[in-house]
Design a protein around this ligand. Structure first.
Ligand SMILES: [Zn+2]
Length: 40
């Protein structure tokens, strides 16, 4: 799984590609991939 930041709820989530946000249920296309070593 990769880390993504959800543009809807703002949470950083780990999902498989194509899955929706586990926090708010937003579509995968609303999730922005983030770098592993960038934790801001
Ligand atoms: Zn979300």
């Amino acid at each position: 799984m990769k880390k993504y930041r959800c543009q809807i709820c703002g949470q950083v989530v780990e999902v498989n590609e194509g899955e929706s946000c586990p926090v708010c249920g937003a579509d995968f296309e609303m999730l922005v991939p983030i770098e592993e070593d960038e934790e801001k």
